[in-house]
Design a binder for this molecule. Structure first.
Ligand code: MRU
Length: 353
């Protein structure tokens, strides 16, 4: 599979996730503005992938800057960062990646670096963000595999896979890690209305990997759990507040409540870049609302009655009490999350032996 997002000399290239699985089309973004548009319109989506795309977009934009002096170059840089920050509000990885690019910029600028030296540093920083994301996903996979049952019937929601990251995936990384560890795994993929990330993207990825996958519509998970069809739930995250409250794709909260009711372990898999210690709890997480058309139409076909009002929040918040553990690249963290998540940032990077 072509990587989710790659930086080329004069472009950022990404697979168009709006068109999968029917078509495998690649979009070449030749400017930072084109990258920002691709994020906003969900050519690329998924919290870590959005962060990587933004970093590549900033580096590309600064390569194309016509500024010769550092002052004008700095003005261009901060404008480009603003452009990226205005794309999607919930996934904190976006803002985390922008901050990292700003720190890299500031380090060079303070040292008196030339425009070309700063450009080189921004390229390196963006590439590091990309490469670290793949390594983090693999580490999450190794940690997460330890808590997956030997004979696993796993439910996941949305797409937290290779497509949502720089590669391998967070929740799907845990599933891949469990398969690599020799566990018997079958997966139930919630369809994930309205954008259908589960039916279109998760099923596409897992089937290509040879992992048995059953697509269900979102309203089937309760019945499936009640009948004993699921013994483990793992999902990704867009932003985890300091107390462990977790924003993820709309419908995740419903799944968490159902899992609790049926005594099924519910895990969140996410890199530390998704944990936002500056947001104290879930009530402070900004929830993106998207267009009514995503709900009323599928492709060109109108499903909902014309004239009906539409509510289309892209994410919901699962309170920490519903989460058995948060799987990160540094291990699995558990309640009380306010202490454990803070400590996670001081833990040495490691993978289970
Ligand atoms: O609106 P999306 O498709 O960007 O939402 C994606 C999700 O909610 C994912 O579960 C989350 O970003 C984690 S991706 C590893």
């Amino acid at each position: 599979m072509h990587p989710t997002v790659v930086r080329e000399e004069d472009a950022v290239v990404m697979i168009d996730q709006r068109k999968l699985p029917a078509q495998e089309v690649y979009v070449r973004c030749r400017t930072a503005a084109e990258v920002a548009k691709a994020i906003k319109t969900m050519v690329i989506r998924g919290a870590p992938a959005i962060g990587v795309a933004a970093a590549f977009g900033i580096a590309l934009g600064m390569r194309k800057s016509t500024a010769t002096g550092t002052q004008k170059f700095a003005a261009d840089f901060y404008k480009t960062c603003e452009l990226m920050a205005a794309t999607r509000p919930t996934a904190v990885n976006l803002f985390w990646a922008i901050e990292r690019m700003k720190r890299a910029f500031a380090a060079e600028a303070t040292a008196g670096a030339s425009v070309e030296q700063i450009q080189e540093r921004l390229d390196r920083e963006a590439l590091a963000i990309h490469d670290e994301d793949v390594a983090n996903c693999r580490a999450m996979g190794a940690w997460g595999a330890e808590v997956v049952p030997a004979d696993a019937r796993i439910l996941t929601h949305c797409n937290a896979g290779a497509l949502a990251t720089a590669g391998y995936g967070t929740a799907l990384g845990v599933i891949r890690g469990a398969v690599e560890a020799g566990k018997q795994v079958t997966v139930f993929a919630d369809e994930t209305r309205p954008f259908l990330q589960g039916a279109r993207l998760t099923a596409w990825e897992l089937v290509r990997d040879g992992i048995e996958t059953t697509v269900i519509t979102d309203n089937m998970s309760g019945s499936l759990m009640r009948g004993g069809g699921v013994n483990f739930v793992v999902v990704g995250a867009d932003r985890i507040a300091a107390n462990g409250d977790t924003a993820n794709k709309i419908g995740t909260y419903t799944v968490a409540v159902l899992a609790r009711e049926h005594g099924i372990p519910f895990y969140v898999a996410a890199p530390l870049s998704t944990i936002d210690l500056n947001t104290p709890d879930g009530s402070q997480i900004p929830i993106e609302e998207r267009s009514a058309r995503e709900v009323t139409h599928v492709g060109g076909t109108q499903l909902a009655a014309a004239g009906a009002l539409v509510w289309n929040p892209a994410f919901d918040v699962t309170p920490n009490a519903f989460i058995n553990g948060i799987i990160t690249e540094r291990g699995i963290f558990r309640a009380p999350y306010t202490e454990s998540l803070r400590a996670a940032f001081e833990t040495e990077a490691a993978v289970p032996s």
